[in-house]
Design a protein around this ligand. Sequence first.
Ligand SMILES: NC(=O)c1ccc[n+]([C@@H]2O[C@H](COP(=O)([O-])OP(=O)(O)OC[C@H]3O[C@@H](n4cnc5c(N)ncnc54)[C@H](O)[C@@H]3O)[C@@H](O)[C@H]2O)c1
Ligand SMILES: [Zn+2]
Length: 358
Amino acid sequence: MSNVTLHGARIVVRAGALADAAAAVRDATPGCRAIVISDSNVAPLHAAPIADALGAELLTFLPGEASKSRAQWAALTDDLLARRLGRDTVVVAVGGGVCGDLAGFVAATYLRGVPVVHVPTSLVAMIDAAIGGKTGVDTRHGKNLVGAFHQPALVLIDPLALHTLPAAHRRAGMAEAIKHGVIADESYFHWLAAHGSALLAPTLGADLAQRLVLGSVAVKVGVVAGDEREGGRRKILNFGHTIGHAIEHLSGYAILHGEAVAIGMVAEARLGELAEVTLPGLADDIRDLCAALGLPVAIDAAFGTDAIIDATRGDKKARGGAAEYALPMRLGEMNDGGGRYALAMDESLVRAAIDASR
Ligand SMILES: NC(=O)c1ccc[n+]([C@@H]2O[C@H](COP(=O)([O-])OP(=O)(O)OC[C@H]3O[C@@H](n4cnc5c(N)ncnc54)[C@H](O)[C@@H]3O)[C@@H](O)[C@H]2O)c1
Ligand SMILES: [Zn+2]
């Protein structure tokens, strides 16, 4: 069992925690009436038992990114209003990152804000989406463009929920875990490399699952702790995401986010090497670990270099039209970019890094 606090939010990581989630929700939000929100994959597996134990209604939506919409936000909000739920409501989000972002945004805005408890069930949600207080939905102009910062009352993580997570999503989550090792924890990176195939096994043991999640949560918490609203150091979490988002976008979201991040990390580490920011050899080390975990590492010929560079400019985090890159110096340490943590790079270097990553 392990407890961390981040911006007032208690984060609990404990194998078996789902079994007494109802008591944990009641403790975190005394006197509140719970409403549980989940997608229809996770609802029967993990959300229904929690709703039953709480004596709460369970609202579900269709799985997938398409549900992270204003329409789905409106439908859920209307449902809460129709039930005449008051300010003493706690929203319990049980599911992957889509559920956490969507239900978190419902909670952030319902009656100007009611508490939310996150019970993340995908690896991406456990080590990334549920931590840091960002909630929101997508629009046709791009992902995550409408939302709010809303710190949860509790984040309850049971790493054993990974047992039911489909393999492709487990792998995709591993890309973010690898990223955490690269940006801030060299020994965690080596630990991932040493336990790679065991971490992907469907019957992942409690000890390994706990260490996998805790190592990554510690990095995310450490980075976000000093930078709640993404003014500075939090940008290092975007390593691999500038080129990664571009590729994810160009694939029409056929490539999973984590897969695109794996490709993006290799290409951006190459960029760092070309810019003489990154110790030579790191791009190969990241490539080897990603590949060993079954993640894609090369940029497909279907995505032209011009198209990728163009797409990096569409990234929300690109300020004034220039894409920014958070680059590692060496394993476990990012370049602080003179306090800006992410820098615009010469286009010829970006082009060369992309071409070298095919
Ligand atoms: N708020 C943030 O800071 C933040 C950070 C990272 C990602 N995100 C967001 O998270 C989303 C991606 O999250 P995701 O990868 O979890 O996607 P997701 O929520 O769509 O979950 C992936 C799939 O796994 C299923 N699933 C989840 N847990 C399961 C379980 N234990 N057993 C069986 N099936 C399970 C879901 O039904 C879904 O089909 C994106 O929308 C992304 O923008 C947000
Ligand atoms: Zn990511």
